[in-house]
Design a protein around this ligand. Structure first.
Ligand code: SAM
Length: 331
């Protein structure tokens, strides 16, 4: 592990500025280059449904949010849409939803089967905590990479923010998925209300110990029509340093640059890549649905192909020709 951890406490690295920050990001970037080369994987995401049975205090799609028009796309609609707009750089596709078992069974399952049969795209899913039989069916249909975040690695904090179910259940799901042939990614939200330094360290330690191929950090953005609407935002510095810390702790994992970085810092997306991230996501949700897939605000920063490629280039990196999922299968 990096010598920076011998010289500095993680909380000092989290707040690093100036020379220390430069060193932190440089080491993280070099480590990413040593494992993955100077290449960034590119995936597309379609936000399939915003129905959600959960009531997370931080999320605009929580079931108590009555101000949201709910939608659920069908599989043919998504398949046709993908065929007409798939950007040339995309090698993997991620389908994301609120926790909506109807969408899982009626839309995602047939869609995954068809995509597996008719394309070479790697298939990622981010659908929440489901029953084992749902994970099994999705895997059999062709799903390969499952994203299920722990949000906070401290049990009491997880409960206080009303994250989905219990932390123990999410951890159980991660182990189940990892032992049934899935590549699993998890992650957390940095800067959540009432998140202490201890929670932060506990979360990083837990993520490091779990059987994961990917790990993410998203800066907390106060969501409209949520109990945290008026809460404070973490500084861009801390959010970006978190990416570098994750890379130093987990050299061979996929770490995404998430679009929320652009909210906490003007150049946040590019800087996340410079701090060690190696995955960019192009939003392919049809415009009609996009506004209602509201994690935080209706005014989202939409990362299209042009923006993602520009950020990659400005960070001195290149878009990968390979599918992230196929690449992971070989290492
Ligand atoms: N429903 C699925 C689940 O719970 O895993 C997947 C979709 S969920 C809406 C996607 C992610 O958005 C969550 O895992 C969470 O980390 C992130 N998110 C939601 N609200 C957020 C906020 N206010 N700030 C930052 N990230 C947020």
């Amino acid at each position: 592990m990096s010598s920076l951890f011998n010289q500095y406490r993680v909380e000092e690295l989290l707040l690093a500025t100036g020379t220390l920050q430069k060193r932190l990001w440089q080491e993280a970037g070099e480590l990413r280059d040593a494992v993955f080369g100077k290449e960034v994987f590119i995936r597309g995401v379609i936000e399939v449904s915003n129905f959600c049975r959960q009531n997370c205090d931080y999320c605009g799609m929580r079931r108590d949010n009555q101000k949201l028009d709910r939608y659920r796309m069908n599989s043919d609609e998504i398949f046709d849409h993908l065929q007409s707009i798939l950007p040339a750089s995309v090698r993997d596709i991620n389908f994301q939803t609120g926790e909506d078992v109807v969408a899982v069974r009626e839309t995602i399952l047939p869609l995954v089967r068809r995509i597996k049969k008719e394309s070479r795209l790697g298939i990622s899913l981010c659908l929440g905590t489901l029953e084992s039989k749902d994970y099994d069916q999705l895997r059999e249909a062709g799903g390969e990479y499952y994203i299920i975040k722990i949000e906070s690695g401290n049990e009491a904090h997880f409960k206080a923010i009303h994250a989905p179910g219990t932390l123990a259940k999410r951890i159980e799901a991660i182990h189940y998925l990892a032992t049934t042939g899935w590549q699993v990614s998890s992650g957390f939200i940095a800067g959540l209300p009432d998140q202490t330094k201890e929670h932060f360290l506990e979360t990083l330690n837990l993520l490091h110990r779990l059987p994961l191929r990917g790990t993410s950090v998203s800066p907390f953005i106060p969501g409209e029509n949520t109990p945290y609407e008026g809460a404070g935002v973490m500084s861009g510095v801390e959010a970006l340093n978190s990416v570098a810390i994750l890379r130093l702790q987990n050299p061979d994992r996929i770490i995404p640059a998430v679009s929320a970085f652009n909210i906490v810092h003007e150049e946040g997306y590019r800087l996340a890549l410079e701090a060690g991230a190696n995955l960019g996501t192009i939003n392919l949700t049809p415009e009609r649905q996009r506004e209602d897939y509201q994690l935080y605000t209706k005014h989202r920063v939409i990362m299209n192909q042009e923006r993602v490629l520009k950020a990659i280039e400005k960070a001195g990196l290149t878009p990968s020709e390979k599918s992230m999922i196929r690449f992971l299968k070989k290492i």
